[in-house]
Design a binder for this molecule. Sequence first.
Ligand SMILES: Nc1ncnc2c1ncn2[C@@H]1O[C@H](COP(=O)(O)OP(=O)(O)OP(=O)(O)O)[C@@H](O)[C@H]1O
Length: 595
Amino acid sequence: MAFHTKKLINEPNHVVTEFIEGLVETYPGLQYLDGFPEVKVVLRADVSGVSYDKVAVISGGGSGHEPAHAGFVGKGMLTAAICGDVFASPPVDSILAGIRAVTGPSGCLLIVKNYTGDRLNFGLAAEQAKSEGYGVEMVIVGDDCALPPPRGIAGRRGLAGTILVHKVAGAAADSGLSLAEVAAEAKRASEMVGTMGVALSVCTLPGQVTSDRLGPGKMELGLGIHGEPGAAVADLQHVDIVVSHVLKQILSTETNYVPITRGCRIVLMINGLGATPLMELMIAAGKAVPRLQLEHGLAVDRVYTGSFMTSLDMAGFSITVMKADQKILNYLDAPTKAPNWPVAADGDRPPAKIPVPLPQSRSKKHDEKTLSRPQQLSPQGHILEIAIEAAAIAVINITDSLNDWDSKVGDGDCGSTMFRGASAILEDMKKCYPLNDPAETILQIGSSIGKVMGGTSGILYNIFFKAAYTHLKAVGHSDIRVPHWAGAFEAAIAAVSKYGGAKEGYRTLLDALIPASSVLKEKLAAGVDPVDAFVLSAEAAVTGAESTKNMLAQAGRSSYVSAEILASVPDPGAMGAATWYKAAAEAVKEKYNTH
Ligand SMILES: Nc1ncnc2c1ncn2[C@@H]1O[C@H](COP(=O)(O)OP(=O)(O)OP(=O)(O)O)[C@@H](O)[C@H]1O
């Protein structure tokens, strides 16, 4: 099956020239050679072949691998990048134009990924340039570890490891070495590096349909960067297993592609293939480092995580491992102005990352360790426990509905956010809630929420319980009666309204809590039995929450949503609030009924 992918482009045939135009607009240090659309060369704006006294380092190839190669042009890395059309080697004339533009008396090194088209085009351009009197050397990178030897005349493909070779060569050239020396450093680096990729999707060529070759639940292992099928198709696994497999393959002693044995120092690159979120790349990096250290016995000296050598919009990543010594590390750490080289990855890493200890609160007063659940609960403590437990369980039970409503009017996580808070409350209550002291217990509920909940409702409930605590504390004793609770409830609502800026009718959780508070106060004033007043106020909370369906949102993310969508669901925060409040009231009522 094939399908069209939406793209923010103009004419598909112009993507490379328009990419280059945007790139040079973005980075003042970059420039392009005249001659569009045939000649597509990005070069350092401060370098002219007439006067450049260092070895120029030139690379390139087909486009579609951005930021490679043009994003690595800059002092300390590439002097120029020759861009072909998407996945097509650049023509000899463009390569020659690039060589002439940046090569001075010190000559130039061409770093070429091992593909037949690139070898031939760069090779012929090199010969031509030599015949014009330029000093030219060429290093071919074939870091692919996916397929076993022998690899015939095609050899191993050039993949993301090429970026590390660019950096080594660029730094060597910048340090003033001769052409022969720079070429030797680049060659040495290219012999120490191995790469293997994993893909979850096939990439889309601009203006073309995407193949659904892989299908759901599958991944391809050992692929190139041009949409060609991988060496194997497998069921999608947890990234931990994928990382482990790929590392074993790169470091295989059978293929012996990289000269890396236990005890070696290495650098690691986790390279996104174009459509992989940084979060997933970092997860892979976090799993790869300890595996390399513990399973393979290697010292991981540097880690580079990001998208460096992509394959258009392919989902997946490649892992590169390169043997390192101090000289290589110095080259990798050397400063560069290349826009897409990862800054802040330089410098020695500690052998293991030990987290910074959590700072202690300056006030020891509410330190959890000094709190514990009482051995014996007072009648009031017992009721409090029943009410808290019922409220938390009710929130947990409604998680999916809250998420469902929130996915229509927010970001779909209101249920999960409240689930985290409710679960923490249940857990902490067993450990440390001083249930015989209502004020302190309320403070601890706020603290449980503050630790885990996050999101808008997390901070609002934190404020809510803090304000309720302040009110209860001001009572001056722990014999808290229903009118005290009603006062605390009112104060808590006022605080939420004050800090969140919402009022009744704004379509928020206050539309459940404000009616509940009003009814509670009113019934108590009318002399209704306190437990009945509590239950009646819970009914008001539910009615209030349900009425949010008819409200326009004036707070939170829902305020960006159309009235039509809002009318289809109630406010999730209000439904969550009504749910816990009602569950607490019913639990208290049941407790009294059974006595
Ligand atoms: N200013 C506010 N005052 C009171 N309640 C608010 C306010 N803003 C949002 N809310 C409540 O918070 C609920 C959303 O809580 P949640 O923790 O899911 O927020 P979020 O993930 O940060 O954002 P989103 O609203 O997109 O879900 C809303 O349903 C609403 O009841």
